[in-house]
Design a protein around this ligand. Structure first.
Ligand code: FES
Ligand SMILES: [Fe+2]
Length: 461
């Protein structure tokens, strides 16, 4: 074949977005553009700058022992250590002198000493000593790159944005659920962070991946295709799912909290019994390691209400593990993961950086579309010097930020075969009540919601 003929074929295969004929694999587009602003996480990239305007989890407290720990996050190579006095430092991995890795450094009373020539750094990056040249004035003139940390409920967080923009660490209302154990966990995913967040605004996958295709991984009720709505909240967005399960209507809302958090409600909720205003069973950050790796770090909440069937298990939650199926590569043999795939297989299987330009999205994907648009708009607002949303910038009620992840199950008789309208009404009304409850003091939100819900459902019973 002549060279010009080959070029012609290559051009035609590049120009075709979709394969439109049987056995047309040859015409698959060779390359597609990536959504650079959304997926790049390094310093100076639009998405990376946005993520740096929010406290990000570094690792679990339990991962940091007496020896320094290397941490890759947001495309930067860092070293985390605890001084002998118990303070935590997070420094650029490479020594400011000649680049030795501080993972081989020696934690001291107040900082860390590099193994190579003994330079001594404080947790905030100040250079305390340069013993290979004690009279050098360098230590007065410069600091080693360092980030501030905050330890909360078994997780170490950092602020990697401009220090002058640093805010207080944010407390979410979910952290105050009564009689609840907060158990931290950390799970690696070999892919870009946005794919993990996509999954949380894609409620139809629960019917298929978690129920109809792989068998019921949580509860049979998840297999019902819900009536869906998507709403912007003051901190991000929610999806609203309304399912009919026997004589009950189940309304579930799931948060994406900007820039990179999700909350998910009760995991094994069967919708067999009535429930009112259940809270989050998970708060989790999709914290980038780099453009193509993500560490999901957060807490599982364990209480009797969220887990009536007692499937939750604190012993199975921690570094590289969690107490429900399909979240890691290591938990099961490959053949089993092929036969009964979970979220890990679905998300990581999209590729290390999913080529979203190849996707053919339909009405069932509008949560993913809306979420990507929301993040992109906020990245653009930051770039333009405008107003952008993060958890840090949200209003507080009694010191915490209200979130919108809730489950309620009500006994409402089915009146017709097609009750799509009824489910829409319930979704709309109960999500309005969730928004109103979020304005109340966290201690009163539930009573407020319960009273309002009772008034609303009365006529339908
Ligand atoms: S490279 Fe660290 S002190 Fe020389
Ligand atoms: Fe899932």
């Amino acid at each position: 074949m002549s060279k010009s003929r080959i070029t012609e074929f290559a051009r035609s295969s590049r120009d075709v977005k979709r394969v439109e004929q049987p056995y047309g694999g040859y015409y698959r587009q060779a390359q597609v553009p990536l959504d650079e602003k959304l997926i790049r996480v390094g310093r100076g990239t639009p998405g990376g700058e946005y993520l740096r305007r929010s406290w990000q989890p570094v690792c679990l407290s339990s991962e940091l022992g007496e020896l320094p720990l290397t941490v890759d996050m947001l495309g930067e190579k860092l070293v985390l250590f605890r001084t002998q006095q118990g303070d935590i430092g997070l420094l650029d991995k490479h020594c400011s002198h000649r680049g030795a890795s501080l993972e081989y450094g020696l934690p001291t009373d107040v900082g860390i000493q590099c193994c190579y020539h003994g330079w001594h750094f404080a947790c905030d990056g100040r250079i305390l000593d340069t013993p290979n040249d004690p009279n050098s004035s360098l230590k007065k003139r410069m600091c080693h790159p360092a980030y501030p940390v905050h330890e909360y409920q078994g997780i170490i967080f950092t602020w990697m944005g401009p220090p002058e923009e640093k805010t207080d660490f944010v407390i979410l209302d979910s952290y105050h659920q009564p009689n609840t154990k907060m158990v931290p966990f950390s799970l690696p995913f070999p892919c870009n962070w946005v794919q993990l967040l996509d999954n949380t605004q894609d409620p139809t996958h629960s019917c298929f991946l978690h129920t109809r295709v792989s068998g019921a991984q949580f509860s049979e009720s998840w297999g019902e295709l819900p009536e869906l709505d998507y709403l912007e909240t003051p901190i991000g967005m929610i999806n609203v799912n309304v399912r009919r399960w026997k004589d009950k209507l189940w309304v579930r809302t799931t948060d994406v909290i900007l820039p990179n958090l999700n909350q998910t409600g009760a995991l094994w909720l069967s919708a067999e019994d009535e429930e009112t205003f259940l809270g989050a069973a998970l708060t989790r950050w999709m914290r980038p390691v780099d453009d193509s790796h993500t560490q999901m770090i957060g807490w599982r909440y364990l209480n009797d209400e969220l887990d009536r069937e007692k499937n939750g298990d604190a012993a199975q939650i921690g570094v590289g593990k969690i107490d429900f199926i399909g979240q890691t590569e290591d938990e099961r043999p490959y053949a089993e993961r092929q036969q009964v795939p979970g979220d890990y297989e679905a998300i990581a299987g999209q590729g290390d950086i999913a080529e979203s330009a190849r996707w053919n999205q339909n009405h069932g994907d509008r949560g993913v579309v809306m979420m990507r648009r929301l993040i992109t708009e906020n990245i653009a607002a930051l770039e333009d010097g405008g107003d952008y949303k993060t958890t840090e910038r949200a209003d507080r009620v009694d010191g915490s930020v209200a979130t919108y992840t809730r489950d309620s199950v009500m006994a409402i008789p089915q009146r017709s075969e097609d009750e799509s309208e009824l489910r829409q009404t319930f979704g709309r009304e109960l999500s309005t009540l969730v928004f109103e409850a979020a304005k109340q003091s966290p201690t009163q939100a539930r009573d407020f919601f319960a009273a309002a819900m009772k008034r609303f459902i009365e006529p339908y019973r």
